[in-house]
Ligand binder design. Structure first.
Ligand SMILES: NC(=O)c1ccc[n+]([C@@H]2O[C@H](COP(=O)([O-])OP(=O)(O)OC[C@H]3O[C@@H](n4cnc5c(N)ncnc54)[C@H](OP(=O)(O)O)[C@@H]3O)[C@@H](O)[C@H]2O)c1
Length: 295
């Protein structure tokens, strides 16, 4: 599959470009970025083309990989889908379920494939654990803490304007929600509370009646940073494994899923995750429980 990359930021450099270059069954066609000099620099590292016009890239590929802020990804993803391209999306797909859903429906009606890069979900050991836990059943509760800092020295994500504005809910929240849904089921309603240090606390009631408690932040005091997830149920208390963060391995597995047309983490699943985050933002600002529209 011939794939072009949109974006030249830290995540395009750390994961997308090397991930595309490393995969045996993918042809990394080239790079588009709003800053042509950055696009040319990244493209030259991999010996691929630079596209000054995003439509020229669309015309030259079968699939598009996107490493752009969610508000920018949404409209470009829709244009790419309308141009008949498979999509390798990053999380979150968009900032509203309506926008994300339109992308998912456009892809589906054209018979196009998609994946959303919920990084750890594509690591084989974690994927295996979640499949087994879902099959076992009987879980009544989950707790996920995904609280770190992007403002430590040398952290490339600390410079990112959209993260500073949107915080942990939209940055790390997609990973946490994507972790609990396969085991506890779709989310019916959300209650959220925001505290200092970008702490966002979510209570999710799943359609199964189970409840997830999720703590998110990209600005905790470094000594309080943690990434931890636990399931509670008839089988007891079980920690969800936290395998070594290997974005290139995960990228390869995600590309395999795209090539195979695997729908487990496609744009429709990404839409259900965005719907939870959107409901959480509404709950936090309105101080009330919000029903999730897309499950
Ligand atoms: N799956 C994961 O684990 C994971 C990890 C990290 C990031 N991500 C996702 O990857 C995406 C990119 O992250 P990042 O850290 O690289 O973000 P970023 O630093 O905020 O921005 C990345 C790129 O977006 C471009 N950009 C910003 N505003 C634009 C606009 N209005 N029009 C066109 N291009 C624009 C930037 O261009 P300039 O260089 O010209 O500013 C840069 O190339 C995000 O959606 C993020 O959630 C996922």
């Amino acid at each position: 599959m011939r794939i072009g990359l949109l974006g030249t930021g830290p995540w395009a450099r750390l994961a997308h470009a090397p991930g595309l270059a490393a995969h045996q069954r993918v042809d990394f066609a080239g790079v588009w970025g709003r800053n042509p000099a950055k696009a040319a620099e990244l493209a030259s590292e991999y010996g691929v083309a630079t596209y000054d016009d995003v439509d020229d890239l669309f015309a030259d590929v079968e699939a598009v990989a996107i490493a752009l802020p969610p508000a920018v990804q949404g409209p470009l993803a829709l244009r790419a889908a309308q141009a008949g391209k498979h999509l390798f999306l990053d999380k979150p797909v968009a900032l509203t379920a309506a926008e994300s859903g339109e992308i998912a429906r456009t892809l589906s009606s054209a018979g196009l494939h998609s994946v959303v890069y919920f990084t750890r979900r594509f690591l084989p050991s974690l994927a295996g654990f979640l499949t087994e836990a879902a099959a076992e059943g009987g879980w009544v509760e989950a707790r996920v803490d995904h609280a770190g800092t992007i403002y430590d020295e040398g952290n490339p994500f600390g410079e990112s304007p959209w993260r500073r504005e949107m915080g942990g809910l939209w940055d790390v929240g997609p990973h946490a929600v994507a972790l609990v849904v396969p085991v506890l089921g779709p989310v019916a309603e959300v209650s959220a509370m925001v505290a200092p240090h970008d702490m966002t606390h979510l209570m999710l009631r799943h359609t199964t009646g189970a409840v997830s408690k999720i703590t998110l932040s990209v600005d905790v005091p470094p000594a309080a940073a943690r990434e931890d997830a636990v399931l509670f149920g008839e089988a007891g208390i079980r920690s969800i494994p936290n395998p070594d963060w290997d974005p290139i391995l995960a990228y390869g597995t995600a590309l395999d899923a795209l090539l195979a047309g695997d729908t487990t983490m496609d744009a429709a699943f990404g839409t259900s995750v965005t719907a939870v985050l959107e409901a959480a933002a509404e709950s936090a600002s309105g101080g009330r429980v919000v029903t999730v529209a897309v499950r």
